[in-house]
Design a protein around this ligand. Structure first.
Ligand SMILES: [Zn+2]
Length: 201
């Protein structure tokens, strides 16, 4: 129906989450109408993010250097680790201003049905961080999503930490978060309260 370059753009845009065929078409026409500069800026930003952004070597948050900004910030409390599923969740927790520790991004949640096992997540790396002697850890806050997979992941990690690091306090965010929802969609007041009310597991 369209010239191949347009068809290609529509099909690439259609791969984005939440973008159906009609939206992909609408976005493609928007890009066709945009100035060459604006269109090039969009294309360049995609290329740049793929070239320059990597995972932090400590916490697996997104970073444009070997370590992310939070791991390099000396004012952050290194004895506190907040465990989240995705890098986007770091932003959500940061917005609450209730947490001054560091993070650990798992890269997802355990889901045997989808074939996601502990080996597919940065779980061993978390245990290594918690048990290494250079930086004693006082508390691990499990801030995985309040979904079935997020809860299963939190329990799995809590059990393992009890065994490997019995002196470390392991907490979970308080309820009040929408059950079955993602942290990403929680407003900062609700998430902030959940943080303050976290309970020991
Ligand atoms: Zn980091």
């Amino acid at each position: 129906m369209y010239a191949p370059p347009i068809q290609r753009l529509i099909s690439e845009l259609g791969k984005l989450p939440g973008v159906g065929a009609r939206t992909a078409q609408r976005l493609a026409f928007h890009i066709l109408r945009a100035s060459p500069q604006d269109a090039a800026a969009l294309a360049d930003s995609i290329t740049e993010v793929k070239q320059r952004i990597t995972l932090c070597e400590v916490c697996f948050n997104l970073a444009d250097a070997p370590r992310c900004r939070i791991c390099m910030d000396e004012r952050r409390d290194g004895g506190l680790i907040c465990v989240v599923e995705e890098a986007g969740d770091v932003i959500s927790v940061e917005r609450t201003h209730e947490f001054r520790g560091r993070y650990h991004v798992l890269g997802g949640a355990l889901s045997p049905i989808d074939g996601i096992d502990p080996d597919d997540l940065k779980i061993v790396e978390l245990y290594r961080r918690v048990t290494q002697p250079a930086q004693p850890i006082r508390e691990v806050v499990l801030a995985t999503n309040p979904t079935t997979t997020g809860e299963a992941t939190a329990l799995h990690i809590a059990d393992a930490l009890r065994e490997r690091a019995p002196d470390v306090v392991v907490t979970r965010l308080a309820s009040g978060l929408p059950v079955g929802g993602d942290l990403e969609y929680a407003d900062e007041v609700t998430l902030g309260k959940a943080f303050l009310g976290r309970r020991q597991l």
